[in-house]
Design a protein around this ligand. Structure first.
Ligand code: C2E
Ligand code: MG
Ligand code: MG
Length: 643
């Protein structure tokens, strides 16, 4: 525009100079040219015409000269206007909030996104200072540094926490640019900002998902490990240490299996709520997976304090849980490792607490145990054994031993119990008590039990073919295998393959295997019963039996656990329990067998209380088939007199 005006001025000045020159000097020139005044009028007309022609030519050449420049200027102006329109469209429609303030820091423009994000309508903020958006979360220094950068670099960007009209404080990503006028003096400030709260929210949700257990909303293993790591880093020689407690619910698996996973989930939530009572500033409670919880306690200076915490956890479990109108009890076991004594890093501490947990579980559950070096040694051995056990079957290292079962009155052998042994190439004979739990944990028990079953059925057939006629051969079935639905089909298959009559096979299942999952057990026992095999309940008296359920089970025999037999005949409690079990069995129409008979007095007591069958070292130890003596046991002379 300015250039256009300059151009016009230039043309006007040249014209003014030419016209003035003409007015001042043209008459003199005409007089001088005309010489004689008679032809003056003609010269005057010619002068006029000349002026018009000369000024037209001058104007034409001047305008022509400037026309190119004028067109250029007009084009630039059109361009500029179109760019302004585009910018206005962007300003109106962008998702980012835009605020323009003048050099006095008064708001002169805001866009619709500004109103959407801040909650302020344009008319509420125009003329105001942008500080009305401040949240108060940043100190003076923050704003001073922002202004200094703006003045130095003309640009600033960073995160700012502002306050919406509703009062909500939220994070923005802010870019501010200084606009200078032609003289280079700041004239405006343009701030463009985006709302970070949605991103932050989804980030914190993701963060929560990654670090917390969705069911109980407790920290998960990942976050728990981090907290242990931090606790270890905070350790100082003059400060007390801490404890890591691993808590595992006893028999939780059965709740899931028998009452369904939704009840299992409810129970886990209820347990988490109870444990939360133990939380304080220096503890972290976490769910580490399945039915395993962790409690990290910092600032404990004695093992006794950790023990007391563990006991409180166990006490919290003593009241019944009420879920879906059903009331039930569940126990827990706790393993404890102390830091810094039991471990310098997270893995070591967790591993050692796990060994302690295993110890607590194997010492009868509902208890707690501390980690010791000796425990680690045992754990290592278990791992080695588990690895070796995988090859035991294929390397033909397993053996079946048979222990005779006698009729207590006549001393005759009526049957045998098959007991598995592992001939370890280096360690020698490993007893089942040591490797059966490992096989159960590692999922090998199914293959082992079926192998024993097959060997036992073949052996029985062999005896029958050589004229040794026993009433039955007993085989132990692990509770793990017992839970499998296809057990009856596998038993039927083995019987068919070996040609043994089902009535000669007796399957021993433990009391806890039946009572842990009574409905499934009843169904399976009925199917086995229909096959024609005999069923007995092993280690009776060591678990919890519901007599209501016991009465419905299609079993033939109860085996009194050797723990009660050991105290016979003098221990009055063992004697009372033994008498009660015999009475119970007979009233339910079952026969009774006592195991672990080592003394003739025990056998006599049992016989006097009408227990029919017995097995134990007094009669004979478990032996390989070729060494087994199946002759009647010689009975002492006083036998007949005392019955
Ligand atoms: P169980 O079925 O109760 O077997 C009786 C255990 O008592 C056997 O131990 C036997 O050797 C032992 N015993 C017998 N008479 C006496 C005695 O007079 N005194 C003492 N102190 N002990 C006696 P074993 O063979 O070490 O087996 C231990 C447990 O391992 C068995 O208890 C059974 O639960 C399990 N087991 C053994 N073989 C198998 C198997 O093939 N499969 C499964 N699933 N478990 C098995
Ligand atoms: Mg047994
Ligand atoms: Mg037993």
């Amino acid at each position: 525009m300015k250039k256009l005006q300059q151009s016009a001025l230039r043309i006007s000045l040249i014209y003014l100079a030419f016209a003035s020159f003409w007015i001042l000097f043209s008459d003199g020139i005409v007089l001088w040219l005309a010489g004689d005044t008679r032809r003056l009028a003609e010269w005057q007309t010619a002068k006029g015409l000349l002026f018009v022609a000369a000024s037209s030519a001058l104007l034409y050449s001047l305008i022509r000269l400037n026309l190119g420049r004028v067109t250029q200027l007009l084009k630039a102006r059109l361009n500029h206007e179109s760019r302004l329109r585009q910018a206005a469209a962007v300003f109106e429609s962008t998702q980012e909030g835009v605020l323009v303030a003048d050099k006095n820091n008064r708001i002169v423009h805001v866009n619709p996104a500004f109103s959407r994000i801040t909650g302020y309508a344009a008319k509420e903020v125009l003329g105001q200072n942008p500080s009305l958006l401040k949240s108060g979360r940043h100190d003076r220094q923050f704003y001073e540094e922002m202004w200094q950068t703006l003045q130095r670099q003309g640009f600033w960007s960073g995160e700012v926490w502002n306050r919406r009209k509703s009062g909500e404080v939220y994070p923005q990503w802010h870019c501010i640019r200084v606009i200078h006028d032609e003289a280079g003096v700041p004239s405006h400030y343009v701030a463009v900002f985006s709302d970070l709260s949605a991103i932050r929210h989804s980030q914190s949700e993701l963060n929560h998902l990654a670090n917390y257990d969705p069911l109980t909303d407790l920290p998960n293993r990942l976050l728990f490990s981090e907290r242990i790591e931090q606790a270890l880093q905070r350790q100082q020689p003059d400060r007390p240490g801490g404890a890591l407690l691993l808590i595992d619910l006893d028999h939780f698996k059965h709740i899931n299996e028998s009452l369904g996973h939704s009840v299992g989930d409810q129970l886990l939530k209820a347990v988490a709520e109870r444990f939360a009572n133990l939380q304080s500033g220096s503890t972290t409670l976490a769910r580490l997976g399945g039915d395993e919880f962790g409690l990290l306690c910092e600032d404990l200076d004695q093992a006794a304090q950790a023990g007391a915490k563990a006991q409180r956890l166990l006490d919290l479990m003593s009241a019944p849980f009420n879920l879906n109108g059903q009331e039930f009890f569940i126990g827990a076991s706790v393993g404890i490792s102390l830091f810094p004594t039991d471990g310098q890093n997270v893995d070591q501490l967790l591993r050692n607490a796990d060994s302690a947990l295993f110890k607590a579980k194997s010492s009868g559950r509902e208890s707690y145990a501390f980690y010791t070096q000796e425990l680690t040694q045992q754990a290592r051995q278990r791992i080695e054994l588990a690895a070796a056990l995988r090859h035991a079957l294929e390397n033909d290292e397993l053996r079946v031993y048979y222990q005779p079962i006698h009729d207590l009155e006549s001393g005759r052998v009526v049957g045998v119990e098959s007991l598995v042994r592992w001939e370890h190439p280096e360690r020698g004979l490993v007893p089942p008590g040591e490797f059966i739990p490992i096989a159960e944990e590692g999922g090998l028990i199914g293959a082992i039990d079926l192998w024993v079953l097959e060997q036992a059925c073949r052996q029985m057939r062999q005896w029958q073919q050589t004229g040794i006629m026993l009433q039955f051969i007993a085989v132990n079935i692990s509770s793990r295998l017992f839970g499998r639905a296809e057990l009856d089909a596998r038993v039927a298959q083995v019987l068919e393959e070996t040609g043994l009559s089902p009535s000669c096979l007796e399957l021993e299942v433990t009391e806890s295997a039946v009572m842990d999952n009574p409905d499934a057990a009843l169904e399976l026992l009925e199917r086995l019963h229909r096959l024609g095999v005999r069923l007995s309940i092993d280690d009776f008296g060591t678990g919890y039996s519901s007599l209501q359920r016991l009465k419905r089970l299609p079993v033939h025999k109860l085996k009194i656990d050797q723990g009660f037999v050991a105290g016979l005949p003098d221990d009055s409690e063992d004697a009372a329990i033994t008498r009660a079990v015999i009475g119970l069995a007979h009233n339910l129409g079952l026969s009774v067998l006592a195991e672990g008979i080592e003394q003739p007095e025990q056998a006599l007591f049992l016989l006097q209380h009408r227990c029919e069958l017995g097995q134990g070292y007094w009669f004979g130890r478990p032996q390989p088939a070729e060494r087994l003596r199946l002759k009647p046991h010689p009975l002492p002379a006083f036998w007949a007199d005392n019955i």
